[in-house]
Write a protein of this length. Sequence first.
Lengths: 512, 358
Amino acid sequence: MFGRRSPAARGVRAALTLGVLGLAWFALAFTAAAQDPSGSPAASSSTEATPSPKATPAPSDFDWLFATPLPTATVPLASAPPVPAPLTHAPADGANGCYDCHSVVNDKQAAIAADWQDSAHGQAGVTCADCHGGDPRSDQITVAMDPSNGFVGAPDRLGSVGLCGSCHADVNRMKASGLPTDQYAKYWSSVHGQQLLTADDNRVAICTDCHGSHTVKKVSDPSSPVFILNVPELCAGCHADADRMAPYGIPTDQYAIYSKSVHGVALLDNKDVRAPSCASCHGSHDAKPPTSATVVGVCGKCHTATEDLYQQSRHSELQAAAPQCWTCHGTHDVTQPGSYMFFHPTPPEYTCDTCHDLQTHTLRLELSRFTNEADRRCDTCHHPDSQIYAQIDGISNAITSAEDAYTQAQDTIQRAAGLGMITSDAEVKLTDAKTSLIQAQAAVHTTKLSKIAELSTDATTKAQAAEAIATGKIDESVFRREAMVVVLAFIAFNALFLYVLKRRLDRDLEKG
Amino acid sequence: MAAGGTTDRAVGSGSWIEQRTGVGPVMAALLHVRIPMSARTMYFGGIALFLFGIQVVTGTLLALYYKPTPEAAYESVQFVTSDVSFGWLIRSMHHWAANLMILFVALHLLRVFFQAAYKYPRELTWVIGGGLLLVTLGFGFTGYLLPWDQRAYWATVVGTDIAGSVPVVGDSLLQLLRGGADVTGDTMSRFFGIHVLVLPLALAGLMAIHLVLVHQLGLANPKKPEPRVRPAAVDREPLRPFFPNYLLDEVVAWYVILAILVVLASVFPAGLEGQANPLETPAHIKPEWYYLAVYQLLKIIPRTIAVMAPIIGIGLLIAWPFLDRNPEVLARRRKLAVAGATLVVVGVIVLTVWGYVS
């Protein structure tokens, strides 16, 4: 169409080549940007992977207690926002103009400044500008608190979580202090975090509600609100407030119930830091109630041996109809277990649907029957005419007879000690019996009569051996007292003889 | 004399023993002690001597089995109590005789004080008696640690701490008592050595002097002071033979004490708490009853004063015959001394009971 290699032809060819190359380059560039995950500024400085939605927990049999719908398999967790970048400010070289002004400006600010200085942040050199931005080199409000110098003031509640996470989720930043860095990710998986994310609920707890803001202390500091002994009261600050919990339909008596339980008495009264607080079972940053899929593992974190025993039982095989820890022991109201838990004083009412689903004809566990502590008994499910009831009866008899033997031995040893006999050898034997008794009582979780009977018999034998030693000592004491009478009689006879002799000599002396 | 005549019959000039030992005149002299008819000793001193004899016998038997190391002491005491024939009896007798000995030494001291039997010429007898009191208290303190149970260990910690509160010499005294900074096996070693060697020798020596002085000076007349010069020719004070009359009274009193000891040992045998654990402080540590008054005093008045008060008090007590210028012996003629002593006794009893119940 055009002449041989005419200037026009060369021009068109060059334009077409450039166009194709340009399209190719554009295609490559476009494809590369789509694969690059560094779409946000923070991601480039953070080595933390964006948290993926956690596996949703199975529906809990106690979920009906909570009006707030928990994430389920059909409602996945909302994704956590990425970790924001920490605030930056001009290097202060040790200067802290914020503190210099705020410590003297008025009483309220002075108190805040003093709180910060005593806090873990203050001790670690985390200054005001690290959280609030601004220029710490100046104590002039127009400079230090100028937004153009990075001052952000107090962030909102959602922003506050990100602010804390910007440092505390940074592995490199936390390396020196050895603090964990999973709190930020865990928080967004919690009921609190999900409510904040999905419902924009500013009433739920954020970092500063539990840890404080200017008064942050180490978890190991007994004056910290998150020190283990203080945790129940901290949680109760919101969860025992009826007005605050009303929109969620959550009960507010958990703290009151917990404080009377064995766990609560151990932690709050006896100051035993091994006892569980709210966070031990519900989690702290990832706070949410245990579900039926997780409760055995939660209790088993401390009660490891008991969990092993439970896994050997027929109960653990029953899946949906399985009685679990909370079925018999309760949740917040865990009491001291004992042989009283086997039977009601009189058997309860039974109907077919007590144990069976009438539609599917499968076993079922009606949890509402166990709400009251008085109903957490084996015969709530097991009918007196059933074979299993006979087995429970055997277990109950074995445990009770071992306990009776132990109590009897203990009483005999106390009687011997009251008579002044040394009973340390009997007490050592009794300690052996106690160990076997505890093993027998724990073995109830296996629901295996043969195993429980064997351990109970062992405990009874040892208790009887201890009692025999104590009885021997009582017999020895009786013998000593009887022998004492004989010796006293001998002494009295001698003394009387000498006294009579003395009287005669005195009379002779008077006459003489 | 009846006493000499009786003695002559027992070891008469022609007897087998007299011919081979010549002990007759010695016995005659020993058994001649001047005892006024009005003397009322209540036999407290003799009972204290009897109890010391019990302690020597039972203590020797216990020492055959006792092992004075922290590792073995507790078990050896347990062994004696549980496995040795009549070991429980020997140990319980030793325990109760110790308590009774301190009680009767104190009663003897009070009897002598209230009857003014410390006055001329018995001042030195009184001073030696004060030394005997201190040695007896030392026996109680050192012996208490030896079972090495919780009570023994911690009572010794508290007791030596109190000794460490003495001004000026307190630290050195504490180190000396403990054999170091803490109560350890070193403490047990020296307490054992003091208890079975030093103190018995000291007590025997002081007792010998005390008895010689009593023998030489005779017993005091509680109704009138001893004359500075006793012209033998006009001495018409009626006397009581030491042998056999007074000695018989003493032996009857000893039998009564023996009966009390047997009852106490059988009905309230000596116990044993858990083995000493320096890492476990018992809830309420209290010393034995004879130190409870000082223990309670420490709780109510400043420490230094509470520690110095008993020391100064005992010093005054020992020096009392030289401070008391009143020659009278009847109580109604020495009202100040009697009233003061009564007040001190009541105070000590009140502090002791208070310390027991607190």
